[in-house]
Write a protein of this length. Sequence first.
Length: 143
Amino acid sequence: MLRSRQPGPSQQPDTATSSSSSLFAGRRPSPSRSLENRETLLDSDRQTQDQISSSLVSLAQALKATTMQIGAQIEGGKSTVDRAAEGLDKNVLGMEGAERRMGTLRRMTEGQGWYGRIKLYAIIAALWLGAFLLVFVGPKLRF
């Protein structure tokens, strides 16, 4: 069920509102004093507003200077980023070339099969034997 917003005959008016208005009823300042108080309040508020406005202007100037400085740093960093990108591009090209060479070697070694591996081991053993003979037997020979 909905209540009515307007007090009916059975509802009493709010006692807090009526008591607060009765408490402050005798404290009304005189019109001339009220005008002086309002002028002093307006003057102090105007001074505060001027101070806030001047501080906002100085903050805006500082923000603009900082923004310009950051923009200059970003512009200076662009060349570094461009050089790094060029270096990375060169590195990628080198890695692609190495990948092609490794693929060629892999195809060559895998294409030989079992016989190719035995042949590779025989070549390595012959090189070891040649190195051994050169180091240990070579100095003993006199011509």
